[in-house]
Design a protein. Structure first.
Length: 114
């Protein structure tokens, strides 16, 4: 059974940083051969893709609002994907979810105060 568990969210002031982690289990070799994604959903808004990393951490892509501030990375040995978030803004406030194919984590809340 595939399970994704996010952690690392919290309350931070604007300009601060957080690092989110997503630990996967039950994925077998899928983790090494499937792109991993971070999404976020703010209150009253649709869920949006924030960042993607290709299998084996080859290529990362980012949504325009987070380019230059967020970095996605993966550790295949730990079956974990990270999202380093720097220079956080109030508009980054959302629940952040990791996604692998059809599976989603439960989300972790990120709140950025102005």
């Amino acid at each position: 059974q595939v399970r994704l568990v996010e952690s690392g969210g919290g309350l931070v002031q604007a300009g601060g940083s957080l690092r989110l982690s997503c630990v996967s289990s039950g994925t077998g070799i899928m983790f090494s051969f499937t792109a991993m994604n971070w999404y976020r959903q703010a209150p009253g808004k649709e869920r949006e893709l924030v960042a993607t990393i290709t299998p084996s951490g080859g290529v990362a892509t980012y949504a325009d609002p987070v380019k230059g501030r967020f970095t996605i990375s993966s550790d295949n040995a730990k079956s974990t994907v990270y999202l380093q978030m720097n220079s956080l803004k109030p508009e980054d406030t959302a629940v952040y979810y990791c996604n692998l194919n059809l599976w989603w984590g439960q989300g972790t809340q990120v709140t950025v105060s102005s």
